[in-house]
Design a protein around this ligand. Structure first.
Ligand code: FAD
Length: 464
């Protein structure tokens, strides 16, 4: 039987399609109040002098909220938007609106769990219950062949066994109607400026010129599969560096839950049936499994994910050289391939996977700087920031995570020659280089004075 009024506290599930939280609230309660809370703690200054969440991600969130609000209004509801701490706002709202259940997604990382526990303490005292739903991975946690603590420490082991034994669950249908209490003031969507942020003019070479929201996410997937057939070449193009098309660019929408990985999976399955099935179409699913894996690893290891000695408890020696960190952060190391990537990140909120691997390796293995500083800068900049994928990948590259290979190391010059042989990428992001006619990445003697080669920051013979 349907029971009273529910708050649907949306977090990283800003969509109508395949949304178990929303579907369950509709099934179990008479009225549903979708709610999103922007937490000021996201904008607290960290020890390194920058906020956890930066302008690109916040802008993307605000766009996603506008889109979701629009979709909810089309089915008779609205999206309440509040600014404040969830554990303060929800109990008050629940009391005023006589809510008896909170429906929300299940998160796995430290800060989210801390908020959940504080919230529970308050609402349980008010006689209000909370229901959590697991909904951000491709494979449901209850279907995989491992219990939480037994997730293998090696990805391949996890992938092979899971692929063999587990089926992707079917999609929850998009709700056609939501019963929203009448007369409820939903609140305006705040502006970027109200949080003290502004964004530069979009960069014409941005690899990520997209808007937040479910509508844009579905449009991108449609383009990537059905309009362009790019999916059929993904395995060959995915290490690209320039433009919108070398990879799916779905990560930012996935991180906010504007698109469900299951929805992507079933669209690819349809594409494979109707157009083409090859290694590339499989490879995108393979990458989604990495995403699942990092979430499960975060759940297994808890706060170790954010600790200096990481998941393995490897107490490596890390430097805390702030001057070199700032050079890395600002794209002023003197290594063109590193600087181009870091400048792209700062100017657009995005960097390719190949770039991320290289700059993370450079910071941790060449500059030997505390990997958590790099992860924190990525957290601030990335439009697609996701705590599990970000900290999991950083720990992996720093040698304190799930990499079975000891001492994985990226030779930056070899990488630059392989992935940017003509220097097109570095020319795109480093204006000093762009001015040099016929610049050749393999001719360090051609580097402008501002680019000091060999860089004084690293012993370049390491790369010889
Ligand atoms: P595609 O190549 O099209 O891949 C499809 C999807 O698979 C991606 O959208 C993503 O959801 C998933 N995926 C691909 N590679 C990985 C991976 N290595 N780990 C986890 N999921 C993956 N990804 C994030 O979503 N958020 C992060 O905060 C993040 N931080 C990273 C930090 C470092 C140091 C590194 C090396 C990687 C990080 N990644 C992160 C993973 C990866 O770089 C991005 O997911 C990818 O570049 C996004 O572009 P895309 O959507 O076009 O990816």
């Amino acid at each position: 039987m349907k029971k009273g009024t529910a708050i649907v506290w949306l977090r990283n599930d800003l969509r109508l399609h395949d949304n178990e939280v929303l579907s369950s609230a509709i099934l179990k309660s008479e009225f549903q109040i979708p709610l999103y809370i922007i937490d000021p703690r996201w904008f607290a200054q960290g020890d390194l002098g920058f906020t956890k969440t930066g302008a690109y991600r916040l802008q993307f969130i605000l766009e996603a909220l506008a889109d979701l609000r629009n979709s909810l209004r089309n089915i008779g509801a609205d999206l309440l938007i509040k600014v404040g701490q969830p554990e303060e706002i929800i109990p008050k709202l629940a009391k005023t609106l006589k809510v008896n259940t909170i429906f929300t997604s299940q998160e796995v990382t430290q800060e989210e769990i801390f908020i959940e526990k504080n919230l529970e303490n308050k609402i349980f005292a008010q006689g209000i219950s909370i229901e959590y739903y697991w909904q951000s991975t491709l494979f449901h946690i209850d279907d995989i062949p491992y219990s939480a603590q037994h997730i293998p420490d090696i990805f391949t082991e996890f992938r092979k066994e899971t692929e063999k034994t587990t089926k992707v669950r079917t999609l929850f249908p998009e709700p056609l109607q939501i019963k929203f209490p009448s007369g409820l003031e939903a609140g305006d969507i705040p502006s970027l400026a109200s949080f003290g942020f502004s964004l530069p003019q979009p960069h014409s070479d941005s690899a990520f010129p997209f808007e937040g929201g479910e509508t844009a996410a579905k449009a991108r997937l449609h383009y990537y599969l059905w309009e362009s057939n790019l999916i059929a070449e993904y395995k060959e193009t995915r290490n690209g560096l320039i433009g919108t098309d070398y990879s799916s660019k779905l990560s930012a929408w996935l991180s906010l839950g504007c698109i469900s990985p299951r929805y992507i999976y079933f669209e690819i399955a349809k594409y494979e049936k109707e157009r083409k099935k090859n290694q590339s179409t499989y490879w995108l699913i393979f990458e989604l499994l990495w995403r699942d894996y990092f979430r499960l690893v975060a759940r297994k290891f808890g706060n170790k994910l954010f600790a200096q000695d990481g998941l393995k408890g490897n107490s490596l020696k890390w430097k805390t050289d702030i001057a070199n960190f700032i050079k890395w952060r600002e794209g002023e190391t003197g290594i063109p391939f590193i600087d181009a990537n870091m400048r792209e990140l700062k100017l657009t909120g995005f960097m390719s996977n190949r770039g991320r691997q290289n700059v993370a390796s450079f910071l941790t293995k060449d500059l030997e700087i505390d990997w958590r500083w790099g992860a924190a800068w990525f957290e601030h900049c990335l439009v697609d920031y996701d705590p599990c994928s970000n900290w999991g990948n950083w720990a992996y590259i720093a040698g304190v995570g799930n990499d079975p290979r000891e001492n994985r190391y990226f030779n930056i010059l070899t990488q630059a020659k392989r992935y940017d042989p003509k220097g097109k990428y570095v020319r795109t992001w480093i204006p000093e280089i762009a001015q040099i006619e016929g610049f050749n990445i393999n001719r360090p003697d051609q580097y402008p004075n501002t680019i000091k080669y060999p860089s004084p920051l690293v012993k370049i013979e390491k790369w010889a």
